[in-house]
Design a binder for this molecule. Structure first.
Ligand code: SAH
Length: 203
């Protein structure tokens, strides 16, 4: 993972987790295209997995600790969820698209090697009130605004990392830290390009 290191990822735990995860777990996932174009899942087509650098970048900002209870919005290929689990976190991940949820849910590797990942089919804008509060929340699709419901589901001192839409049509990576008064402090990082968070009817 020298490439990622050279691009500025310094957290050794993040680098180790990425190094430990076999790419073949994810090779048949075409999540990005589906998320964007809403078309059928091309089974067997070896689509590339999420860009490891982006995954590493968000994970580093999240300051993951062992046993952290983390809510992820946008399961997709479950690569990001697996990185978090590999780092010792308990992961609750939500996917809005039924087909993607079904695929990940059925993967043998998650049931056996990563029982600490729990999969949910639902709307990430709503989070998982039943399981709140979370130590960390990670949004992996472009957010049009900072979802207030998700801020509510963070514990005091908890961290949320999200790519927030900016005026250029890309996203600015944000890290928010929840204060005891219920508000939050905000830090802005680099620009990225994510598929949009889906609103409206479930698919
Ligand atoms: N974390 C994923 C990234 C997938 S891309 C990975 O490691 O592969 C973003 C994902 O967010 C897509 O799967 C998309 O279907 C999902 N998504 C989009 N809007 C959503 C919403 N409102 N709630 C939950 N998931 C959503």
């Amino acid at each position: 993972m020298e490439t990622i290191r050279n691009k500025g990822i310094t957290d050794e735990n993040v680098l180790a987790a990425i190094n430990n995860i076999p790419r073949h777990y994810f090779l048949d996932s075409a999540f990005d295209k589906i998320a964007y174009e809403d078309r059928a899942f091309p089974i067997g087509e070896g689509q590339t997995i999420s860009q490891p650098y982006t995954v590493a970048y968000q994970t580093q900002l999240l300051k993951v600790n062992i046993n952290d209870k983390i809510l992820e919005i946008g399961t997709g290929s479950a690569y990001q969820a697996t990185v978090l689990a590999e780092m010792g976190a308990r992961v609750f991940t939500i996917e809005r698209q039924k087909k993607l949820y079904d695929i990940q849910q059925q993967k043998y590797v998650f049931v056996n090697k990563y029982p600490s990942i729990k999969f949910f089919y639902g709307d990430g804008f709503l989070g998982l009130p039943t399981f709140a509060p979370f130590d960390k929340i990670l949004i992996t699709a472009a957010a049009p605004y900072i979802p207030p419901i998700l801020v509510e589901q963070l514990r005091t001192g908890g961290i949320m990392v999200l790519p927030l839409d900016d005026e250029s049509g890309n996203q600015r990576m944000l890290r928010i830290t929840k204060r005891a008064d219920g508000g939050y402090d905000e830090e802005a990082f680099e620009q990225f390009s994510f598929v949009p968070m889906l609103r409206g009817k479930n698919k």
